[in-house]
Design a protein around this ligand. Structure first.
Ligand SMILES: CC(C)[C@H](C(=O)O)[C@@H](O)C(=O)O
Ligand code: SF4
Length: 746
């Protein structure tokens, strides 16, 4: 009999196929998750890593003794202490503030060799896409899904489309990986990758270092994609070799490498969407608006909304320009800044710091940041910080007048004290320029580390080529700086597997008990009729829906007033504004109708649906949704309903005239008062769960035999994934197992 013909597969197809624990009839699958960066009992502590990053202060830690005494802000302190209690209780490896392996989770995972090719990796954070740079399938999830993974080590997923973005050619001088990804998002838009996993291909990515690849994959979420990935190659393997949590050299490493070499898209594999970009078309790029797609070359001008024909899009652009305090036609290079932020999970790595330091050096030995500007560097991890100090980079920054901080997320989202004041303008190497992202009323321009340095040294947005004319500032080998050290010199802390928590009967044959049904409120959605609140905006992001200051809660409830906070409360007086949700009858709305696409884009914060639900909104109707937000709503018994833009506009008018709208999930239809019916569709499994109020975790636990069987096979085929493979004796990188039991409200 002839051998069956094997269809060529993409890299994404291969990783997906390797992780299917159980294929459901409706097309969705239970996917095994190899690693997660973060309750319930934890099924695989050996696959879990946790740290503190979002809300910790970035002040000197010289006198650090404990979170309790160091973190002044009470809610942040409670959140961090709760995490510490939980990692103790569950025996999860934890890099706390006193550990030099602490840092932004998307920096420390790769740094430690925890992120490996071919794995699935999730984290309750949208920039988990970063880890795709290693040829992993890595994506962000919300709190409810994190719970699901912690309890079952699996996730219910529907396969995404395959999208390939190829960038071939030679990048021009001054153009870095950040410019490449900003340019890509400018071309395809923030919803351009929705429903897809992007594979980045072509000579530009092949020639990038791992750090540059991480910056690109990191921002896949800003392009709306489920994940971004790059096929692993010799650059990947060289980066991983010798890292503490990577497979140990010898048989384990050899076996792993042999497998990793198979992880590439086959010749002739089918991609549903292909985008081709010429490297030569990419210039040093900067954002002008409040969405990462609002970008222009640094040599460009602020665009003119009157040239936009679609009224919703035009209104969004006008709103952005008004928020940003910019006039159409202004040269980007004429825009003065107040602050410069170098850091974040996009650009807080050693190469980013080197690239910026190089520009500072090029500005001259005595060059200083102008008095009017505050420039800060926040390394992505404490190890990056130590390496930068050893390489002499910190001295370059400090001499030029930059503020040299400790590791954390910092002003990327301002959940800690590092924030912009209203109307302050910041050149930032982070990934999001949403309204209020870096502080209420603050204005953000996204750019590369080299451009940030050029901007800091001149006080206004500046073309980096003015500083490094003729010199290549891409992340290749660099000779200007004093000395470049091998990161392995800093990765010397010994690692042991996490301790086994008391009472844990783990292993691949058992599934923790007590799982199921912890979500707040009802999970059932059937028919809903009532007042709908109208919204006419594009790209409503989750930072707008619920700003960062409310993410410090460890509860799912009490977020009613947090909803659209910056819109609903006057920043000066705290009084109610006349925003639509504050006006009767919309203050009692149970449905939200939005005419703009890409509702819920940005962060994976489940606080967004929690706050909507707390307000009373159970259904959102829009032309399209960001994927993580959509899943998060359904996890909370809410319905995201997709209708065409035209239908949304009709319902918007109904909402304006206070007409009731009826949404029927059983029949999958929206009914208007005049009897007109609009049909919609929803994933059959999700619909079934919503109609019956089913808990995913309870359902998954019924498949525990399949999970155990998968784990057995995984141990045979990929033994290096069990436990922390490259374990050395010595210091334990975890908290102990004593301590009181702490329970979240979720
Ligand atoms: C807080 C977290 C859930 C969030 C994310 O998902 O991205 C944050 O990292 C952000 O960048 O907004
Ligand atoms: S995007 Fe910013 S806030 Fe979010 S993980 Fe990265 S650094 Fe932290």
């Amino acid at each position: 009999m002839p051998a069956p013909v094997v269809k060529p597969r993409t890299l994404y197809d291969k990783i997906w196929d390797d992780h299917v624990v159980y294929q459901q009839e409706d097309g969705s699958a239970l996917l095994y998750i190899d690693s997660r960066n973060a309750g319930r009992q934890v099924r695989r502590t050996d696959c879990t890593l946790s740290t503190v990053d979002h809300n910790i202060p970035t002040l000197s830690r010289k006198n650090y003794t404990s979170i309790k005494t160091f973190v002044e802000e009470p809610e942040s302190r409670i959140q961090c202490m709760t995490l510490e209690d939980n990692v103790k209780e569950f025996g999860v490896t934890y890099f706390g503030m006193g550990d030099r392996r602490q840092g932004i989770v998307h920096i420390i995972g790769p740094e430690q060799g925890f992120t490996l090719p071919g794995i699935t990796c999730v984290c309750g954070d949208s920039h988990t896409s970063t880890h795709g740079a290693f040829g992993a399938l890595a994506f962000g999830i919300g709190t409810s899904e994190v719970e699901h993974v912690l309890a079952t080590q699996t996730l219910l997923q529907r396969k995404s489309k395959n999208m390939r973005i190829t960038v071939d050619g030679n990048l021009s001088e001054g153009v870095s990986s950040k410019d490449v990804i900003l340019h890509i998002i400018g071309v395809i838009g923030t919803a351009g990758g929705t429903g897809s996993v992007i594979e980045y291909a072509g000579s530009v990515f092949r020639n990038f270092s791992m750090e540059a690849r991480m910056s690109v994959c990191n921002m896949s979420i800003e392009a709306g994609a489920r994940a971004g990935m790059i096929a692993p190659d010799e650059t990947t393997f060289a980066y991983l070799k010798g890292r503490p949590l990577a497979p140990a050299e010898g048989e384990s490493w050899d076996r792993a490498i042999e497998f990793w070499r198979t992880l590439k898209s086959d010749e002739g594999a089918k991609f549903d969407v292909e985008v081709n970009i010429k490297a030569e078309d990419i210039a040093p790029t900067v954002s002008w608006g409040t969405s990462p797609q609002d970008v222009v070359p640094i040599t460009g001008i602020v665009p003119d909304p009157t040239k936009i024909t679609d009224p919703t899009k035009r209104a969004s652009m006008e709103r952005s320009l008004n928020y940003m305090g910019l006039t159409p036609g202004t040269r980007m290079e004429d825009i003065k800044v107040d602050k410069v932020f170098l850091g974040s999970c996009t650009n807080g790595r050693i190469e980013d710091l080197r690239s910026a330091a190089k520009v500072i050096l090029a500005a001259g030995p005595n060059a200083k940041v102008p008095e009017s500007v505050v420039a800060m560097v926040v390394p992505g991890s404490t190890l990056v910080r130590q390496q930068a100090e050893a390489e002499g980079l910190s001295a370059i920054f400090i001499r030029a007048g930059w503020d040299w901080r400790e590791a954390g997320c910092s002003m990327c989202l301002g959940m800690n004290p590092d924030q912009l004041s209203p109307k302050e303008r910041c050149a930032s190497t982070s990934n999001r320029n949403f309204e209020g992202r870096q502080g209420a009323g603050g204005r953000t321009h996204l750019l590369s580390p080299a451009m940030a340095a050029a901007t800091a040294m001149s006080g206004k947005l500046t073309d980096v080529r003015k500083f490094v004319g003729g010199k290549d500032t891409t992340y290749t080998t660099d000779t200007i700086l004093t000395k470049q050290l091998n990161p392995l010199e800093f990765l010397t802390d010994k690692v042991l597997p996490p301790p086994i928590p008391e009472g844990w009967k783990g292993g691949s044959s058992s599934v923790p008990s007590g799982a199921g049904g912890s979500q707040a409120g009802s999970r059932t959605f059937t028919v809903l009729k009532g007042i709908a609140a109208p919204l006419d905006m594009e790209n409503i992001d989750t930072d707008m829906i619920v700003p960062k200051q409310f993410l410090k809660t460890i509860k799912r409830t009490g977020l009613k007033d947090a909803l659209f906070y910056a819109f609903r409360w006057d920043p000066a007086t705290g009084a109610e504004t006349d925003f639509i949700l504050n006006r009767a009858p919309y203050n009692k709305a149970c449905i939200l109708v939005c005419t703009g696409a890409n509702f819920g884009c940005g962060s994976s914060r489940e606080h967004a649906p929690w706050s909507l639900k707390d307000f009373g909104i159970q259904c959102i109707i829009a032309p399209s949704f960001a994927e993580i937000f959509m899943t998060n709503t359904m996890q909370n018994g809410m319905l995201p309903c997709v209708l065409s833009r035209e239908e949304c506009k009709v319902l918007y008018e109904d909402a304006l005239s206070h007409k009731d709208i009826e949404v029927d999930l059983e029949k999958q239809e929206v009914r208007r008062e005049n009897g007109q019916i609009m049909k919609f569709t929803l994933d059959p499994f999700r619909r079934h769960c919503l109609l019956n109020g089913l808990d995913d975790i309870a359902l998954t636990l019924q498949k525990s035999d399949a999970i155990s069987a998968f784990e057995k096979r995984r141990t045979e085929e990929w033994p290096w994934l069990d436990g922390f493979a490259n374990v050395k004796e010595g210091k334990v990188g975890v908290a102990d197992t004593s301590g009181k039991k702490t329970k979240f409200d979720w």
